[in-house]
Design a protein around this ligand. Structure first.
Ligand code: G6P
Length: 369
């Protein structure tokens, strides 16, 4: 057991720390930043068909569904194809409208989630092309899919997903940028810029992991909270959802993720000195707006914790604590921004004496409906 954990106390921590390597494994042989090329062997033969898709429907559950939401923002922005993101369990029991030529992207770590399997089988019967973004090689979803990409994250033992999530994001970014360039919805110059930015991710993840001790201190101040709110905008809204899910799973603290601006329509009523609000507030087009959301929380005595970029001099003056991470293109940033939230949940869970590798009532793979 100790050997398998590679010197770490828990699989979750080991898997969080493996991410520079697992993300690199996903990019290896596919991304060539010097030449500015992307080759994903599993989609090359379908590139024409995928590029002609009128609509993409993403189907997934849990953390994989959050990767799907990030992909929605990325694909719509870069490929200009309309995207819908569906919970597999909802999609399969409706009478969903699927047209010939629609493309399904099924995202699954295990490739065995029962609801996701049935949902994509249903869409396939109606003529959709299925692209699988799967971690486990040879799994059911990888076999049902006509095209796709493995995430190459290696076996994930911790029940709450960490490295599989960043692997999904890396694979989805590769696929999105490849399709975008094929459709010529991004320029060659922008494509090359995104390739270089993507290649910098593993190194930046290393730098974020160096913040482990300071994140642990912040976790100490949050461990007795009964609730927490996670806020983000744009590409970071799904990261806020994932941060909240991780905290719930690992520490049993009730947590909600919200689009930062939407907080005015409900969650703001909960804000008082006992409510920690975690902002994912790295530099993007929304930055000024999210800073003003922070001020609104502070005005109501909420406790603000913010994930920000190096060089941001404004936020530290407002927030109670900040986690500072390297800057990145806003499209790439979600893959970095989730890392401090994984560490935060881990340390809060440990401080509360929880079984972080095997939280109560949860299963690694939900193979029954
Ligand atoms: C379970 C796991 C989650 C996972 C979800 C979807 O709930 O605990 O970590 O995100 O299933 O699983 P999949 O294997 O399809 O990604």
């Amino acid at each position: 057991d100790t050997i398998e954990k590679g010197g770490y106390d828990h699989f979750m921590l080991k898997e969080i720390f493996e991410q520079p390597k697992t993300i690199l494994d996903c990019l290896r042989g596919r991304l060539n930043a010097e030449k500015g090329t992307i080759q994903v062997s599993g989609i090359e033969n379908y590139l024409e068909e995928i590029s002609r898709a009128n609509r993409i429907i993403i189907i997934a559950c849990g953390t994989s569904w959050h990767a799907g939401l990030v992909a929605e923002y990325i694909i719509e922005e870069t490929c200009r194809i309309p995207v819908e993101v569906e919970y597999a369990s909802e999609f399969r029991y409706r009478n969903p409208i699927v047209h010939n030529g629609d493309m399904i992207i099924a995202i699954s770590q295990s490739g065995e989630t029962a609801d996701t399997i049935v949902a994509i089988e249903k869409a396939k019967e109606q003529g959709a092309i299925i692209m699988g973004i799967v971690n486990v090689v040879g799994s059911s979803i990888s076999r049902i899919s006509q095209t796709g990409a493995y995430t190459h994250s290696g076996p994930e033992i911790g029940v709450a997903s960490t490295k599989a999530f960043t692997g999904q994001l890396a694979a989805l970014m590769l696929v999105a940028f490849k399709i975008a360039r094929h459709r010529q919805t991004i320029t060659e110059e922008r494509f090359k810029e995104l390739c270089s930015e993507l290649a910098l991710v593993p190194g930046k993840v290393e730098k974020i992991l160096e913040q482990n001790e300071s994140i642990k201190k912040i976790a100490e101040s949050l461990k007795d909270s009964s609730d927490a709110l996670f806020l983000g905008r744009g590409y970071n809204f799904p990261i806020a959802l994932e941060g909240a899910l991780k905290l719930k799973e690992i520490s049993y603290i009730h947590a909600e993720g919200y689009p930062a601006a939407e907080m005015k329509h409900g969650p703001i009523a909960l804000v008082d000195e006992n409510l920690p609000v975690i902002f994912v507030a790295t530099k993007d087009v929304y930055h000024e707006k999210i800073v003003s959301n922070m001020q609104e929380i502070k005005a109501r005595k909420g406790q603000v914790i913010a994930v920000i970029n190096e060089g941001d001099l404004v936020t530290p003056a407002i927030a109670d604590s900040v986690i500072t991470i390297p800057e990145a293109d806003e499209i790439i940033a979600p893959i970095l921004n989730v890392i401090p939230l994984q560490l935060l949940s881990y340390h809060i869970g440990i401080a509360r004496g929880c079984n972080v590798d095997m939280p109560r009532n949860l299963a690694k793979s939900v193979t029954v409906e």
